[in-house]
Design a protein around this ligand. Sequence first.
Ligand code: HEM
Length: 161
Amino acid sequence: MTHALEYLATLLHLLGLLLLAGGHFWFALLTAVAERHGDERGERFLATAVPVFANGFGAGILLLFSSGLLKLLLWREPGLIFLPDVYGWVLFGKLVLYMLIVANGVYIERRCLPAVLQAARQAEPLATSSRWQRLKRHARLNLVLVLVVVALGETLRFSKL
Ligand code: HEM
């Protein structure tokens, strides 16, 4: 049973990863295309697509946390995250970056997104809007952080081989 749950945790972890990291790549690609068009259709697309992506990222973040925690609970390690072992410090670093990703995501959702939607309502050209540039900066930061966490996750995985 524990073995089956561990497989389920890994599957859900990778699904969360696809939603979060894959979603960020897809978002970057679509926004680049929409900006290049620079016409009204592109603007409308950006204003409607961004909230949908934000929900997908939120689901990915929750899936990653719950599946990651499930794995740790299944391993019944007394200190939960294996400190002071090197494995524990890598996992600790991963959790700190994870919290940064969540905090930045909340900032995007609470501050950047409403500002962008307001700019769209005021028919401000998004491609040149400082509010849109700010959202993109924070989205790029989260993509970089997610990729670093993926590298730490793989380091953990292969550390046991
Ligand atoms: C942005 C968030 C995260 C990303 C991108 C991420 C990514 C990964 C990746 C790529 C792996 C290796 C593949 C696998 O074994 O599934 C992994 C493993 C793991 N992750 Fe995460 N993860 C994230 C958040 C978390 C969180 C919040 C926790 C704990 C609460 C966690 C706990 C683990 C554990 C325990 C492993 C297994 C490592 C091993 O096999 O020794 N992860 N993660």
